[in-house]
Write a protein that binds this ligand. Structure first.
Ligand code: NAD
Length: 362
């Protein structure tokens, strides 16, 4: 089959890690008989350097014309990069917000996977994580507290600030549909997280999630209060498959879940809209401290490419093949510096990409 993939190489380690992920996609195309056509798109710091703006019309049009976009990370060192002397709306991060808005990306997916081989990086006790875990946090990205009306003023002589948390049923329904659909591609379990004992928005969240669940009787649904979920993530992370939640709760829980894996260079992410289109990128930043040194771990970006194959191109066995290749390479003991431990073989960005690519075969 033929697909069009947009490539945003980004800043810092971005170009290095995207090069390795593209190598993997090219191998998938040749092994499974697909044709991937790439279009290079500019965003963030690299786009500022080339055009003076963090995002351009060409970037948005190019992304819209693609089946999916794979991106490295955006941004530089805020203390030293000239990009951060610009007005906030001209800085690299404005490009990221701009592309999410232009493409209507309302669903953010962050898998948190603990590979048994990397158990040493996990800060939890071994008996809690034996055998590893594999969960996915599905966070609503364009509504809730971060997008509600806000103001600061003086009331009754006291400085007072107000933020509002609003969700309508449509915003909840569309993310719930995504959550159940994705659970069907995993282990068929959704934990919907809210604060329904206190918040009206959470009570609406819970009732709409239950309505949507009627269309997915094969997927098991449970509800959990957010404070309990924060505790369960460190008490028994193996219990989770898909965690479905609103914007602020997801922001906090996804960082907690990624910390529990202990390996930032291993964590993929995706942002989806209501078509099959998605923007796929590692969860980590552009790591300017190690840029250009062949030290970056490319696995988060390679696993983001696997998500792209699974969720936007609907190529399940190809996505499995990438994930299995990563697993094999870890089992064989190859490590970049960030996940290195005694007895393992230290490799650079390029060699890690090459070895993973070599392990993909029919
Ligand atoms: P960071 O994630 O870039 O780096 C934090 C630490 O983790 C650094 O020591 C870095 O070397 C290390 N690290 C990160 N990714 C790694 C990898 N793949 N392999 C090995 N080590 C890795 O976070 P930061 O330093 O706070 O941010 C740097 C820049 O990235 C900032 O401009 C920030 O705004 C941007 N950022 C962008 C995104 C994004 O594009 N979505 C996300 C987070 C941060």
């Amino acid at each position: 089959m033929s697909f069009r993939i947009g490539l945003i190489r980004g800043d810092g380690i971005g170009p290095e890690i995207v090069t390795e992920a593209k190598k993997v996609l090219d191998k998938i195309a040749s092994v499974y008989g697909h044709q991937f056509t790439y279009q290079e798109l500019l965003l963030g710091g690299a786009c500022i350097d080339a055009t003076g703006e963090p995002i351009t019309k060409e970037t948005i049009e190019g992304a819209k014309a693609s089946d999916a976009v794979l991106m490295g990370s955006i941004g530089g060192d805020a203390a030293t990069s000239p990009w951060y002397k610009l007005e906030p709306e001209k800085r690299p991060e404005a490009g990221l917000l701009g592309i999410r808005k232009a493409l209507g990306l309302f669903a953010n997916l962050r898998p948190a996977v603990l590979y048994p081989e990397l158990a040493g990086a996990c800060p939890l006790k071994e008996e809690l994580t034996e055998g590893g875990f594999d969960m996915l946090i599905m966070r609503e990205l364009t509504g809730g507290l971060y997008f509600g009306e806000r103001h600061t003023g003086v009331e009754n002589g006291l400085r007072t600030a107000v933020d509002t948390l609003t969700y309508n049923e449509e915003e909840i329904r569309r993310i719930a549909v995504k959550g159940f659909e994705i659970a069907r591609k995993r282990r068929n379990h959704v934990t919907s997280v809210d604060k329904a004992n206190v918040l009206d928005s959470s009570r609406l969240w819970r009732s709409v999630v239950e309505e949507v669940h009627k269309d997915y009787p094969d997927v098991e649904l449970s509800h959990m209060l957010v404070d309990n979920c924060a505790m369960q993530l460190v008490r028994d992370p193996k219990q989770f498959d898909v965690i479905l939640t609103e914007n602020m709760f997801g922001d906090i829980l996804s960082d907690e879940a990624s910390m529990v894996t202990g390996s930032i260079g291993m964590l993929a992410s995706a942002s989806l809209n209501d078509t099959s289109f998605g923007l796929y990128e590692p969860s980590h930043g552009s790591a300017p401290d190690i840029a250009g040194q062949d030290k970056a771990n490319p696995i988060a970006t390679i696993l983001s490419a696997a998500m792209l194959l699974r969720y936007s191109l609907n190529l399940q066995k190809e996505a499995d093949a990438v994930e299995e290749a990563v697993q094999k390479v870890l089992t064989e003991g190859y490590r970049t510096g960030d996940i290195m431990s005694t007895g393992c073989t230290l490799v650079g960005t390029k060699e890690m990409g090459d070895i993973i690519t070599e392990r993909i075969n029919l």
